[in-house]
Design a binder for this molecule. Sequence first.
Ligand SMILES: Cc1cc2nc3c(=O)[nH]c(=O)nc-3n(C[C@H](O)[C@H](O)[C@H](O)COP(=O)(O)O)c2cc1C
Length: 179
Amino acid sequence: MNLIVISCSLNSESKSSALAQFVYRELKDSEYNVDHIVLMGLNLPTCDGSSCYSNEKVVIVSEKIKKAAGILIATPIYNYDVSAATKNLVELTGKAWNEKIVGFMCAAGGYGSYMSVMPFANSLMLDYRCTIIPRFVYTTSEDFNDNNIQNQKINKRLQELSNDFLHYSKIFGIKKDSR
Ligand SMILES: Cc1cc2nc3c(=O)[nH]c(=O)nc-3n(C[C@H](O)[C@H](O)[C@H](O)COP(=O)(O)O)c2cc1C
């Protein structure tokens, strides 16, 4: 079974990327194939609804997403939503997201944007029948010392998310294989 952790921040001093690295370290020694996709430096095109779909990098990322049973998204919160780069990834790869298990880790500036990931989660559920793990990790700048996680509660929540992610993906993977 293939699993993916995706770092969606384009900031070289990203806090959400630290969350992604933590869960990738938790998951990489599991019995599954775990990949870590980092959007920073990948320079994916902006979705134009047309020629972008034949871009070589888009084709490669789409194929990886298509083959995965579960995907953990680490995203910045921008303007009370996931960042444009996160949304652009789904616009570029569309149906590759069909029926994935999806979990979220977010880095935000403050507490007020707590529910911001939900419109994006709704679109994954309703457009692509993804199953959203009902446990996401929300962090603010107070949880970090520079870009290092300093709040031990966040480490614990990331471990819990990793465990739930494996659990849900395993059930989903088996269900899919038996069709
Ligand atoms: C354009 C922009 C918009 C932002 N909007 C919000 C917001 O709506 N709510 C919030 O809590 N933080 C907001 N922030 C703060 C970021 O969420 C915060 O810097 C976070 O660490 C970004 O994730 P990253 O470090 O992984 O890039 C915004 C930052 C930027 C640059």
